[in-house]
Design a protein around this ligand. Sequence first.
Ligand SMILES: Nc1ncnc2c1ncn2[C@@H]1O[C@H](COP(=O)(O)OP(=O)(O)OP(=O)(O)O)[C@@H](O)[C@H]1O
Ligand SMILES: [Mg+2]
Length: 333
Amino acid sequence: MLDPQGHVASWNQGAQSIKGYAAREIIGQHFSVFYTPEDVASGKPRTELTLAASQGRIEDEGWRVRRDGSRFWANVTITAIRAPDGALRGFAKVTRDMTDRLRLVELQHASALSSHVQSAREEERTRIARELHDDLGQQLVALKMDVALLDQAATEDGKTARHTIAQTVALQVQIDSIIASARRIAGGLRPPMLDDLGLGAALEWLAAEFRNRYGLAVTVQNAVDQLALSPTAATAIFRMVQEALTNVTRHAEATSVCVQIRTVQDEFRLHIEDNGKGTTLDRNRGKDSFGLLGMQERVRQLHGQITFDSAPSDGFRIDIRLPIDTVKANQAC
Ligand SMILES: Nc1ncnc2c1ncn2[C@@H]1O[C@H](COP(=O)(O)OP(=O)(O)OP(=O)(O)O)[C@@H](O)[C@H]1O
Ligand SMILES: [Mg+2]
């Protein structure tokens, strides 16, 4: 309760636990001590009392200050209390700490933003991969054909050619290697078979890449080829396997990895297991480590569960369970 001028007239346990003052410390003080210096400077506490007195009740949301100076997001209602003759007796003030709710809203916002950024990034990769493949790739193939014609012309009329056959052969080899690079870069950005042939083919391609590039024995056990996955789920699963395999090459010193996908009742399951040196999971993860966090976020967006299991000298296991309904392609589309 506040008196008509805004001094604290009574105090309770709830107020103490939110604001940190004991009754003897705060009773008699002006209630503007709960407001931020900016709000006090703009006259907000007095305006609120004036409005509550004229309108009967006001409600406000904003930052308030605890005894220790920390701020919390508050929902405040101030109700004028009047005597039967209409004289103002004071105000009843109820403050709710909304910080948790604000944090939840912020978290929901951050999560929506992250999912938006993820899909925007994926679209961008797809676009660049397509440009690399369709535009640059086609131009290189055309160039290679021109060089081959040049080669033919040189063979037919050796005298007029200003280049040697060896030079055109070298050029063709070089163009072939640029075509291969463009394909590799495009594939790394987004494997074309993910859209055309589905997750199973894309995982086989990924496994072959890791085998060829790092000599890692990657086995893919795929028991879900009949299941049509939504593009979002297929992309998420592919990216998680890609991150897990990258982690194996970077951190595990493993010789083999097994990637297993299957369905058990209403769940889609992905299990990735390596035979590497493992790690201590409760160790604080580096602040620059986003791989496992990203997997958790992707799984959360698909309403699933993810667990990591590892110990020194005992490999690393990732177990992901996703509800079938969230990964299945929408049959109507
Ligand atoms: N297969 C693995 N074997 C052993 N340790 C691993 C394995 N996978 C992850 N780790 C450990 O977990 C940590 C966190 O992995 P995470 O993928 O989140 O981050 P990162 O790979 O270090 O960085 P990035 O953000 O580039 O992915 C790694 O730094 C490593 O110590
Ligand atoms: Mg990583």
